[in-house]
Each structure stands twice: as structure tokens, then as C-alpha cells.
Design a protein around this ligand. Sequence first.
Ligand code: SF4
Ligand SMILES: [Zn+2]
Length: 287
Amino acid sequence: MHRQKMTYALKDGELIDISSVDRGLKCGCVCPSCNQPLIAKKGEKMVQHFAHKSTDECEYGYETSLHLLAKEIISKSKKFTIPSVYVEFHSYKEKEYISQSKEITVDRIELEKSFGGIIPDIVIYCGEKKFFVEIFVTHKIDEEKLNKIKSAGISTIEIDLSKMDREITDNELSEMLLKDSKEKRWIYNAVSEYYQKQFLRYAEKIPTVEHGLATHSSYCPIGQRVWRGKTYANVMDDCIYCPFCISYEEDEESDEPYTYYLLCTGKSGISSIDDIKNMRNREKNKY
Ligand code: SF4
Ligand SMILES: [Zn+2]
């Protein structure tokens, strides 16, 4: 695997680009991760880069230099663009958007600070709110860290640079941070999680049954079809396109193989985020 080389390093505590330093050890730079002296390799053939004076290249040098560069870019512009927030379903139902991708004003930014055992790469503060940003080059966020993030309820964005097989330039990184980009996504969003749970709260589990070649829901709260006084729906013809179908999946709790069920919000009439908000208001006003 190609390992990206450091093109930014620390000199007297400041992040500096290789083009602005002297060649060799005279550069006076240290690695932002291990603090060891660096040599500025400024030959003609290869991309100019920093190498550790000792033969060992450290594991986190490049990533740490990117964190510092990201901090510098965001601190200078005081801007950051967050990706759109939505709820996705385990069915054909279209995503429900909570907000579109938007530019926010950043008040403060911190690097690698500990939050109850979680050390995010970057923390961005915006008014009363904060969120984490993880830059993924070679070390993807692991299950344990993600679970801790979820229990802390702190929304987290990942910027995935793992497919980039060369050093990223400051212009490219600026573009990714300050504009909406495909490399950036929420790996956990507290608002999306909240609405996901609300949809589940208003849903009921409806088993499906095989009828010849068709699959039917064992009951349909909106009375899509009626047979001998009992309601039902044809899963492929009705439920798949129904705005109340939030999930259609295999029932892992069932002893029988190939048993499927629907999660249907038809009874509560909830098919959108707006419906949830209205329902919440109605519930509040009841008491
Ligand atoms: S998903 Fe729609 S059609 Fe299917 S059972 Fe529920 S309400 Fe009826
Ligand atoms: Zn190092």
C-alpha cells in the first residue's frame, strides 16, 4: 500500500509547507506526531516531502499533519460545510431529509482532546453545539470508538481520504472542508438517530404470509385490500410503494426460515418528519 508522505511539518510550533523550508536537516522541522527531527527531501525526481531523520517513518505523521492543516484552514476561514442530515429506511421508502448540506460559522476548533475516553481528531464548536470530525487515511474509526460516540450522543463526520493514493494538497483539503464533498459523511448524527427512533416508536411489526406466488401482510391498518372482512396488503404491489413502510426484512427472531415482516407506521399515520413533529406537538398539548 502506498503510504502518503508528509508535505507539512512543524517548525517552532507552527505548521509549515515543505516549499518554504531549506533542504535537508537545515529545515529545522519536527514531525507533528512523534516530535522527531525531519529532513526536507527536495530533490527533482520525487514529490518534495519530509522524512524522519531516523530511518523509521512513524505511523501517524501524515495524518497528524492533516489534522493540523485542517485546523489551520478552518480557523482561517471560520467556515465548515456539514453534509445533509437524513433518515434512511430498510425499505424502498425514500430518505427523509432533516436538513440539506450547509455552511456553518465555526467559533472554535480543537485537536485530539479527550472527551470521556473518546479522542476525536478534530472538535468543531458552533455556538452551543459541537461535533467531531474524523479524518480517515489509514486508520478507520473502530467499532468501540463509534459505540462510545453514539453513547455520548455527539454527532461525528468522517472525511474519507483512504482512496487517495497520493498526498492531498491544501487546496484539495480546503475544498473538502469548506464545500460539500463526497468524501464527507455523517457516521453518526444525533438528530437523525432521534428521528430514526421516533419512526420505530410509531411503527408496528406486521408478519407477512405467503399466498401462492404472492406475499401478503397479515393485516393492513389503512385497509389497502379486504378479504372476508379482514384487511391485508400485497407486499410487492402495495407495501413496497407505501409511505408507511419503513422496513421490510427477514425476521431473525423467527424459528422458521425465510420469514419476513414489515415495520409499518400506517396505524399512527406517520410517514414523514413533519408528521412526527406534529404528533409530538399534539402529545405535548395533551397534558
Ligand atoms: S405498509 Fe402500507 S400497505 Fe403495507 S400494511 Fe402497512 S399501511 Fe398497509
Ligand atoms: Zn513521526
